[in-house]
Design a protein around this ligand. Sequence first.
Ligand SMILES: C[S@@+](CC[C@H](N)C(=O)[O-])C[C@H]1O[C@@H](n2cnc3c(N)ncnc32)[C@H](O)[C@@H]1O
Length: 521
Amino acid sequence: MAAEGDLVRVYDAIHYPYLAHAESHPDRLAVIARLHGIAAAPVANARVLDIGCAGGGNLASMSMSLPNADLLGIDISAAQIEEGRAAITAAGIKNVTLQTLDFIEAGKSLKKFDYVIAHGVFSWVSRDAQDELFSLISRCLSPNGVAYVSYNTRPGCQELMAIRDATLYEIRAIDDPKERIARARDYLAWLGESLPDGGARGRRFIDELARMQASDDQTLLHDQLAPFNSPIHVNKLVARAARYGLWYLCDAQPPLSADHSLTPEAQIARARYSKELVEAEQHFDILANTRLRRSLFCHRGSPLTRDVDPKLVDDMFVSFLGHPVPAENGAALDPTDASTITFRTAQANLETNRPPMKAALLHLVSVAPRAISFAELLAAVRDVLGQSFDADADAAEIRQGLVDAFLSTVGTVTLRTLPTPCVSEAGEHPMTTTWARQVARFSTRIPNVDHHMVNVDSVVQGLLPLLDGTRDRATLEAELAAKVERGEIVVLMPDGKRGKPAPGAMDRALRGLARSSLLIA
Ligand SMILES: C[S@@+](CC[C@H](N)C(=O)[O-])C[C@H]1O[C@@H](n2cnc3c(N)ncnc32)[C@H](O)[C@@H]1O
């Protein structure tokens, strides 16, 4: 039986990576809460608590877009807090405080927070600690506050649990965390070789095995093979939160929950359980085999509405990361006619033949990844549609289209209460954030301004620390070449031999960084 003491020892020995979790960003929580009738606190100077923050990576990344917010992270692992403090100080971040604190004992010492986040904590602590977590959230959440809790769900984690049980049995006698990882990897490889097509366990088993094998050491140790790992049905989770006066708002990643999602599974679940929101969520999880949820909660009695008022978009900022599919005949895409334009995004395709929506999305593509105000977007659409622009009807159509797109597939269209500080193109003296520069010193997974993690290659990793806004392109090229010369960066050619950055590589890298929301100048 795992104990809380084991958990601290394991985290102290091998630290969790510095991750940014886009769905937990207070701005996203604020937009979702406001669309549901809750007057969530202004985000710019919000008080934010991250429970189980590890080294504070989520908060440090958040501070890049919220430099005036008051960001507190607590974690039971002193070694992670200490390392995190050093990294945050080195990045010159002033508004993140990290504290070594067991959340079970934190109640009285903490004040109220507008946004409370517990990512990757609930399913990975004991049942008693889970109740303490909800108790703490309830006590320190301000009246219009929004809480975010992620957790492993049933039935999607069934295969994970089967492989986890078998692997934990295999490594039961090993104490050292590094040896546990090594032996677990051997065992997973053996399982894969023994069941190449899944055998009696089926395809899902193989897919889960592949996912575990591809995990980095920290994820394998702290998530899949953690001392605790207990998936839960969403209806049970919501009932447990309710005991502490917390109401289920919706999920922070709508495509992965029934509320608002346009997936067939969500529509089927909603049709059958149209009057019972949580039942619909539960049956959606069964149909969609959901693995992880990121659920949002507010206080019981909050003025929660399920009827979203699209007019709220008027006070928001919008960004869109899709790309229009070019016409087959190569003709220019025309927002003013009745043709359909398909926009590809990482999540789903968005198709429309409506001129106002086409003009709006094409304009957002042209300024991406920047977020612009709804008023600016409407003015751009008016310019494109000219005489045919109908101020009331077209504005209403665009509002509704944006809300539907945001709530059904976050990431396709993003609504914000604040613009992001990123730029669409690199300036004369390109600059990334101080936190991206810091993380690039030891990782190729970099948090961007939108609070997403971006994978970069070793050349871009070497370039990022130079992007502090003091160097022009010629200087950047010379310093990067010097790093390659000194062997600090290895450029591998297609034949596997070492080489030099190709001509134009700097421009391409900077364009890629701008597209990935990694440049602020
Ligand atoms: C899987 S990590 C998640 C880290 C971070 N929230 C993230 O998602 O990037 C879980 C964290 O919760 C912390 N934790 C577990 N039990 C805790 C407790 N009782 N009090 C405070 N922190 C705790 C662990 O030390 C660990 O850093």
